[in-house]
Ligand binder design. Structure first.
Ligand code: UDP
Length: 331
């Protein structure tokens, strides 16, 4: 089966590509404009098209050339804080780009779509862990762009028969166990890589965004899920679409949360570095607690996580960061 991996040179996309490339029944074509992705993350022998999903002409060219049967869509702007200051840029990239992609799928009769959604669609959830069918109420533009796409997908299925799976990621983290690929954003804003940059001596301190939240130590609680486990869920979702020909939405969480301070403490243990910290003002758009159950993914997709503790996750991230202290560009 021919599968387009849009954003396949990015953090989660590249881990999916590595997992999917171990299965002989899939032919992978990566579509990425390399605005955030890294060509170095692409394994040898995988087809790569440098194309932007916001460029209709480029999409027409790659769909005509490769005739995919399924599309996995990882391209997105993903920084919550930045989405608050640049909502228009976020709607353009995350919503308009996806519309172009769906239009190309409609035209070329591609029936299966897997969408990278997010915990941010739930806003400040009413129930914790967040059930799969919890009400959605994003509190930042990033989450709203993803929810908007989820709504578009429901209408697109009705009108054009495109079957989809939305995977609502909680905090993606960690790196491939080989240490060869990992998280490299510029600028880096995500908690674990930023902490590890302190351990590498590239930053002086970790800034903790707020310690007056209603949580056990006052810092925000997040549900950290290993990126390889997220990749596995995509493969299970594709199998599900082909097997059942039905659309669905799944939370991909671990049912457990860690505070920012707990993640820092775990990182001190793994790296042996004191990792000094400083309390800063809370970041705009940050909910206090985001933890999800993943009952539906476990039951329907048969998804099972391999990484179950924050220490195991940080260990893999540390392996990547130690071997790539300046990211992909300067190994
Ligand atoms: N965070 C922090 N300092 C940082 C980066 C993140 O205190 O330098 C906090 C952030 O406020 C949030 C948690 O760590 O509560 C996870 O943030 P991240 O940006 O990694 O992911 P998000 O939850 O926004 O998707």
């Amino acid at each position: 089966m021919k599968v387009f991996i849009c954003g396949g040179a990015g953090y989660i996309g590249s881990h999916l590509v590595h997992e999917l490339s171990t299965l002989s029944q899939y032919e992978i074509i990566i579509i990425d404009n390399l605005s955030k992705g890294h060509v170095e993350s692409i394994p040898a022998g995988i087809t790569f098209e440098n194309a932007d999903i916001c460029d209709k002409g480029a999409l027409e060219r790659v769909f005509t050339k490769h005739k995919p049967e399924a599309v996995m869509h990882f391209c997105a702007s993903i920084a919550v804080g930045e989405s608050v200051t640049d909502p228009l840029g976020y709607y353009e990239n995350n919503v308009v780009g996806t519309i172009y992609l769906l239009q190309a799928m409609k035209k070329h009769n591609v029936k299966y779509f897997i969408f990278s959604s997010t915990a941010a669609i739930f806003g400040n959830p009413e129930e914790t862990p967040i059930p799969d069918d919890s009400p959605t109420k994003p509190i930042n533009p990033y989450g709203d762009t993803k929810l908007t796409v989820e709504k578009i997908l429901a209408w697109t299925e009705d009108a054009h028969g495109i079957k989809y799976v939305c995977l609502r990621y909680f905090n993606a983290c960690g790196a491939h166990e080989s240490g060869k690929i990992g998280e490299d954003h510029d600028p880096e804003t995500h908690l674990i890589p930023v902490i590890l940059q302190v351990a590498l001596g590239k930053r002086e301190k970790i800034k903790i965004y707020g310690d007056k939240y209603d949580t056990k130590d006052g810092t925000c609680v997040r549900d950290y899920v290993h990126v390889t486990d997220l990749a596995t869920a995509h493969i299970k979702a594709l199998e599900y679409l082909v097997r059942e020909n039905k659309s669905n939405k799944f939370n991909l969480g671990s049912g457990e949360g860690y505070t920012v301070k707990e993640v820092i403490e775990a990182s001190r243990k793994i790296t042996g570095h004191p990792i000094p910290e400083i309390i800063e003002e809370p970041r705009a758009g940050d909910p206090a607690i985001l933890i999800a159950g993943s009952e539906r993914a476990e039951k329907i997709l048969g998804w099972k996580r391999k990484y179950n503790t924050i220490e195991d996750i940080v260990k893999t991230a540390w392996k990547y960061h130690q071997s790539h202290p300046n990211g992909y560009n300067n190994k």
